[in-house]
Write a protein that binds this ligand. Structure first.
Ligand code: KIV
Length: 276
């Protein structure tokens, strides 16, 4: 009866929250990518990504918006359903979009939609210690949560642009305290975006749950990038942490495999991808 979630004729069983915690304990880097449809999800899964995120970045890279703010719960449910069909091994996380978790009740309703209608195994929300009540409510209902700290793209209009966060010592101290508070509220993963490598290291050492970074330096437990960025689909200027893995590879699958290998052997991120 429990077979589906354990082994699907595969070399290694599907990834779950315990796998991710064990990887942190074993100091095995966790390779993560975004995906938004079944075809790319299949490539990402075959390439060995441990975790796949249906991020609200889809608002920018798929829908063509300037920010993630216009993305709706219906959009995330739709794309999560597509991605779910492409996955066999990777752990599937879906974003709670802007203003879909303003109260614990609203967060619960929308998280249930992402899991039941979309097939997500965990939901991600952006927030600091102010989200403690929401995380506690989801945790009380056994909904796994990823807490996104650092640069929070849903707050772009409040912070005035996509900027590195936590450079000042008071902001860095607050981020560390927020990560600990959210872990204590029940968060199973912390995701850190655009912070100095030293802050990434401090938070990784301060919490027991896995810390996944995007522009958070080499000391975190895992790395995530937006799939379209590593495949060089994003035109124009990309953030410092982006690396184009199509260079030297003749197919999207080979590029994704190269990304996973680079995360696993810690050659990505290199110094030029990090903030100080
Ligand atoms: O929405 C997204 O894709 C994300 C990543 C940038 C981590 O949150």
């Amino acid at each position: 009866m429990y077979k589906q979630l354990q082994q699907r004729d595969m070399d290694s069983p599907p990834v779950n929250v315990s796998t991710l915690r064990q990887m942190k304990a074993n100091r095995e880097p966790i390779a993560c990518l975004t995906a938004y449809d079944a075809s790319f999800a299949q490539l990402v899964d075959i390439a060995g990504s441990d975790l796949v995120l249906v991020g609200d970045s889809l608002g920018m890279v798929v829908q063509g918006h300037d920010t993630t703010v216009p993305v709706t719960v219906d959009d995330i449910v739709y794309h999560t359903r597509l991605v779910r069909r492409g996955l066999r091994r990777a752990f599937l996380v879906a974003d709670l979009p802007f203003m879909s978790y303003a109260t614990p009740e609203q967060a619960l309703d929308n998280a249930v939609r992402l899991m039941q209608e979309g097939g997500a195994m965990m939901v991600k929300l952006e927030g600091g210690s102010g989200q403690g009540e929401v995380v506690e409510c989801l945790t009380r209902h056994d909904i796994p949560v990823c807490a996104h700290l650092g640069l929070k793209p849903q707050s772009v209009h409040k912070i005035g642009g996509f900027k590195v966060q936590g450079r000042e010592s008071t902001a860095a101290d607050k981020m560390v305290a927020d990560a600990v508070a959210l872990q204590n509220a029940g968060a199973d993963i912390v995701l850190l975006e655009c912070v100095p490598s030293e802050v990434g290291k401090r938070i990784t050492e301060s919490v027991e749950v896995p810390v996944i970074g995007i522009g958070a330096g080499p000391a975190v437990d895992g790395q995530i990038l937006v799939l379209y960025d590593i495949l060089d689909i994003t035109l124009g200027r990309t953030p410092r942490f982006v690396k184009n893995f199509m260079t030297g590879h003749d197919s999207p699958l080979a590029a994704i495999e190269a990304y996973v290998a680079a995360v696993k052997d810690r050659s990505y991120p290199a110094k030029e991808h990090c903030f100080s």
